[in-house]
Design a protein around this ligand. Structure first.
Ligand SMILES: Cc1cc2nc3c(=O)[nH]c(=O)nc-3n(C[C@H](O)[C@H](O)[C@H](O)COP(=O)(O)OP(=O)(O)OC[C@H]3O[C@@H](n4cnc5c(N)ncnc54)[C@H](O)[C@@H]3O)c2cc1C
Length: 261
């Protein structure tokens, strides 16, 4: 079985989000990490590898520095890594990103493609479903659990407050939730091996059956017209002067006022 996992390098938003004066993310001021949903997707692929002996390839589109997350993925256990990078791919929206990834995946073999549900920077959750359309693959989104049986993926899909169990013939595409599993740590041996292995670097010419008009800024139908901060809420009341019964009565009154109770 061959599995391709799409992973994206994103700024770590856990330590706070930093913005440029024009409202765009100041990526240089934030640590770059592997997107959490993608890490869970990779872990799921590695567990299938442990169980069935699958070959796992990770693919990213990004700047040359995205090499770091590919090495991290190999240190966790991925077998191969592809970095798709080219000036003409810059400024891509989700359409152009998914077209680029589709062009790369057409040059690879796969039975199963896994993407994260959502990237923590762009936040659109569009790339996985778009990729499934470009590649003509059935899609399971919000995957929380999965196993393989006789060429089928049996996937548990989170649906509001319940689960759907779906049976899908491979090849297919899953979008993974970070709740899917607890990703493994890199091992010292794995880190050493990851730096011995080669990352395959592809540019525009390596993308299969892809039109120039679908790539980069030129191929992006959406444009960010304006970026601005959300209007922030005030700090609210943090201290209640009264204590005991009076304090409780005050809080009760405020909750009623706001129709919370
Ligand atoms: C006009 C415009 C210009 C933009 N210009 C830039 C720019 O110059 N630089 C920039 O960084 N962003 C840019 N963006 C943002 C960029 O479009 C998105 O970051 C990107 O398309 C992915 O969308 P997303 O982050 O919402 O991913 P989602 O759809 O939320 O991601 C879902 C999953 O798809 C996969 N995935 C997504 N992106 C990649 C990737 N690159 N490689 C591998 N897998 C991936 C991952 O598995 C991820 O979990 C621009 C957006 C617009 C609208």
């Amino acid at each position: 079985m061959k599995i391709v996992v799409c992973i994206k390098q994103v700024p770590d938003t856990a330590g706070g989000v930093k913005f440029n004066p024009d409202g765009t993310l100041d990526r240089s001021a934030m640590l770059a990490i592997m997107n959490p949903d993608d890490k869970a997707g990779l872990e799921a692929a590695l567990r299938l590898k442990d169980q069935y002996g699958a070959e796992v390839t990770v693919v990213t589109m990004g700047l040359p520095k995205a090499d770091a997350i590919l090495r991290e993925a190999m240190a966790m256990g991925a077998d191969k890594a592809v970095l798709v990078t080219d000036r003409v791919l810059g400024g891509a929206d989700t359409w152009a990103t998914s077209q680029t990834l589709a062009g790369a995946l057409r040059g690879l073999e796969y039975d199963l493609v896994i993407t994260g549900r959502q990237a923590i920077d762009g936040d659109t959750a569009q790339v996985g479903p778009q990729l499934s359309v470009h590649l003509g693959l059935p899609l399971v989104s919000y995957t929380q659990n999965l196993k393989i049986e006789d060429g089928y993926v049996i996937a548990e899909r989170l649906f509001d407050d319940r689960h759907h169990v779906l049976k899908v013939k491979m090849p297919c595409l899953l979008t993974a939730l970070s709740e899917l599993n607890e990703p493994r740590y890199m091992t010292p041996g794995g880190i050493f091996d990851a730096f011995q292995k080669e990352v395959t670097v592809w540019g525009r010419k390596d993308l299969v059956d892809t039109l120039d008009s679908d790539l980069g800024k030129v191929g992006s139908p959406t444009q960010i017209a304006k970026a601005s901060d959300k209007v922030r809420k005030g700090a609210g009341t943090q201290h209640v002067a009264e204590d005991g019964r009076e304090g409780a009565a005050y809080i009760l009154e405020k909750l009623k006022e706001k129709f919370i109770i």
